[in-house]
Design a protein around this ligand. Structure first.
Ligand code: MLT
Ligand code: ZN
Length: 441
């Protein structure tokens, strides 16, 4: 399609980084069509930006050099669900939540659960190596991708990986493509590893006087040897935004930990009690256990609505996605408060505390021109603090455009060189999702 109105939705994503209209968007339905687009575009030297459903938060799907957006949203078949081998084969446009529903109906489990699972697609999850709350216990998308069918810029196609549980044949090209943010290849089919569905889950909500104390409770839970499937933190600003949205949350809460455990039915209650005990020991004001599926669903709905709520209530929000060692969470939260006070940029911090993965959101209502300097200083300071505390700059949202400038802050020139060469192996003319991840040499 080339119509300007129809193209408008392909000019943006959820990063809020601006509008980058492509010249054309192509919505293939088969692997052959994907390869054909890549072949024709390469022949004419036209850039191609792959796109799933556009829920990315660092600008990975923005066609910054124009050209073609290759959107896989019409490739929505679950081709295979093998309950004996615990494998699913899907097309890249399958929505993550739709696969989960199908898999769970068969008594199986696909753990990766990005907050946007109702709308994000597995192709996008593969490109970004998406995580989510359950990554704490179960790992991120990469742990579940056994194999890929891909097409390269130029139209060449190959399969990599395997359908077996083990396999070390050759370099792990599959793992390299997962998380390459659509800069190496376009996946046309994804072979996923599944698990048996856990028999039971237990969920609790612990209330704290502040996020720093809640951060301390994360350490207390880990020291008890517990492995919840989710350990989520919400700070005061996040809670206030959610209350403003009409979500019911404990009255005294100035910070919350949402903890979920899963496993055999007979052990769940004891696990919930141990997790609650650890929170109390760390100073929780109150621990409330979800008593029904409905209560549990409401808690998770509140959690998943955080990102859209922050986005809807501010002119712009910059979603940081840092990771620090878990013992450094309280110190990182202290530093975020100090940076916010110094730059006068309000923040709301929440995220996957079990992984040390914090979404520090910078909330912007003033016009960019008035605030650009303070915003830049706040972002720089958050990145610097993360690295000083032994962390990494991107946990699960990718580098995209948003973090490109900061990559050399974390990674050595040697490592950047190796990554540039790797990119050249897959895409020597820099036509596939150009202008992402690696800053110009
Ligand atoms: C989340 O955890 O809610 C997602 O990663 C999206 C976000 O950063 O808000
Ligand atoms: Zn997240």
């Amino acid at each position: 399609m080339r119509d300007e109105d129809a193209l408008a939705r392909f000019a943006v994503d959820e990063s809020g980084l601006g509008r980058f209209p492509p010249e054309a968007a192509v919505l293939p339905e088969t692997a052959e069509e994907v390869a054909h687009v890549l072949e024709v575009a390469a022949a004419h030297g036209v850039p191609v930006t792959p796109r799933g459903t556009g829920t990315g938060m660092t600008g990975g799907a923005l066609p910054v050099r124009g050209g073609i957006v290759l959107c896989t949203e019409r490739m929505t078949k679950i081709r295979e669900l093998d309950v004996d081998e615990l494998i699913a084969v899907v097309e890249p446009g399958v929505v993550t939540g739709a696969l989960q529903a199908e898999v769970e109906a068969a008594g199986l489990f696909y753990p990766p659960d990005p907050a946007s699972l109702a709308s994000c697609s597995l192709g996008g999850n593969v490109a970004e190596n998406a995580g989510g709350p359950r990554a704490f216990k179960y790992g991120t998308t990469r742990e579940y991708v056994l194999g890929l069918d891909v097409a390269l810029m130029g139209g060449e196609r190959f399969s990599c990986g395997r359908r077996t549980m083990k396999g070390v044949t050759g370099y792990d090209v599959t793992a390299a493509i997962v998380g390459s943010e659509g800069t190496f290849a376009v996946a046309t089919a994804i072979t996923l590893r599944l698990l048996p569905r856990p028999a039971a889950v237990g969920t609790l909500l612990a209330t704290f006087v502040d996020a720093i104390t809640a951060g301390t409770a994360v350490g207390a839970i880990l020291r008890r040897g517990l492995r919840p499937c989710a350990l989520e933190l919400l700070d005061r600003a996040t809670i206030e935004h959610m209350r403003g949205r009409g979500r019911r949350l404990p009255a005294r809460a100035a910070a919350l930990l949402l903890v979920e455990v899963d496993g055999p039915a007979e052990s769940i209650e004891a696990e919930v009690e141990r997790a609650g005990g650890a929170c109390e020991e760390a100073g929780a004001l109150e621990v409330v256990v979800a008593r029904s599926d409905q209560e549990r669903r409401e808690l998770w709905e509140t959690r998943r609505l955080v990102n859209p709520t922050l986005r809807d209530t501010h002119r712009r929000k910059i979603p940081e996605d840092i990771v620090v060692p878990r013992k450094a969470i309280p110190e990182m939260l202290r530093r975020v408060d100090a940076i916010s006070a110094e730059t006068r940029i309000p923040t709301a911090t929440y995220g996957h505390a079990g992984d040390g993965n914090l979404h520090v959101n910078l909330l912007v209502d003033e016009p960019d021109a008035e605030i650009a300097d303070r915003l830049g200083r706040a972002m720089d300071a958050i990145m610097r603090a993360t690295l000083e505390l032994g962390g990494t700059l991107a946990g699960e949202h990718g580098v995209g455009l948003l973090k490109m400038k900061y990559l050399p802050w974390e990674q050595s020139p040697q490592l950047l060189r190796v990554q540039r060469e790797l990119k050249r192996v897959f895409d020597p003319r820099d036509l596939l999702n150009p202008g992402k991840i690696l800053p110009p040499a």
